[in-house]
Design a binder for this molecule. Structure first.
Ligand code: NAD
Length: 271
């Protein structure tokens, strides 16, 4: 059964779905973790907006969920561009009439020793991760305040808690998201951070040869001795693991769980 039929038959069977008719915007959802979150939210009855820099891939992912466009919308959006975020968020709200969940997930990785880090690359990293979170949050809050409901999930990382060499702007930005989530929570909208360990997505696959080069070790050693060294079982976290955590946070029924960060990392980092 294809995904769309699976989703339709599930709801025709009367299965309520943990996010039935909730509207979720997920940034960076044309690939990797964000795409899996969009799929899992749709399976639970949500209407999903897949917002991504890659407009074609965003529309393709949306039409995999619903080719009719009634329950899924693909939107081209650079999260670090104010005008594009305002336009994309407005399109999402206009299309589905409300906004219940924002997953601020879009992100990239650039690794280099701090002493050599190019200033433009530093600014690009902070802009995508932090400006992107701020701009999408600001647009979401206006709608969530007027509805008097909503929930925001930030895609942090174990690097929201822990440092690694070569990743100064990433670690800086991911720590910053924890602060932003706490402010949003204090301001009255439920906000939490998911902190995954290493997940095999294009973002990580790109880093393996880069880190091997920078550290002067083999790619196998980057995986074993760097990425998975501190886990309890030597395993990667999966996109499904992270999507399950996102679903739990999105569907949580009260404000008891807010301003928190949840580490999903096979025990790499324990708080
Ligand atoms: P990915 O490369 O598979 O997907 C990232 C998506 O973000 C892509 O579709 C890309 O087009 C989009 N994107 C990039 N820049 C954008 C921009 N300016 N505006 C809008 N969209 C943009 O990567 P992923 O591993 O799924 O990463 C998703 C999030 O998870 C990131 O925030 C990343 O830091 C975080 N994360 C990943 C891992 C991991 O190991 N993969 C671990 C912890 C946290």
């Amino acid at each position: 059964m294809n995904l769309q039929n699976e989703i339709l038959s599930k709801h025709a069977d009367g299965a309520a779905g943990r996010l039935l008719n909730k509207v979720a915007v997920i940034t960076g959802a044309a690939s990797g973790i964000g795409k899996e979150i969009a799929l899992s939210f749709a399976r639970e009855g949500a209407k999903v907006v897949i917002a991504d820099l890659d407009q074609h891939a965003a529309q393709k992912a949306a039409s995999e969920i619903d080719p009719m466009g009634e329950r899924a919308l693909g939107v081209g959006m650079d999260v670090s561009n104010e005008e594009q975020v305002e336009r994309g968020m407005a399109q999402a709200i206009e299309t589905f009439g409300r906004l219940d969940v924002l997953v601020s997930n879009a992100g990239v990785q650039i690794v280099a020793p701090l002493v050599d880090f190019d200033f433009d690359k530093w600014k690009k990293m902070l802009s995508i991760h932090l400006d992107g979170a701020f701009l999408t949050t600001r647009a979401a809050l206006r709608q969530m305040y007027s509805q008097k409901s909503g929930s925001i999930i930030y895609m942090g990382s174990v690097h929201s808690k822990e440092a690694s060499p070569l990743k100064a702007p990433y670690v800086t930005a991911k720590h910053g998201l924890v602060g932003l989530a706490k402010v949003v929570a204090k301001d009255g909208v439920r906000a939490n951070v998911i902190c995954p360990g290493f997940v095999r997505t294009p973002l990580v696959d790109k880093q393996i040869p880069e880190q091997a080069r920078e550290l002067g070790i083999s790619e196998a050693d980057v995986i074993k001795a760097v990425m998975l060294k501190e886990t309890v079982d030597g395993e990667f976290t999966t996109v499904q693991d992270v999507a399950e955590a996102a679903l739990f946070l999105a569907a949580f029924p009260s404000n008891a769980l807010t301003g928190q960060s949840m580490v999903v990392s096979h025990g790499w980092f324990m708080q």
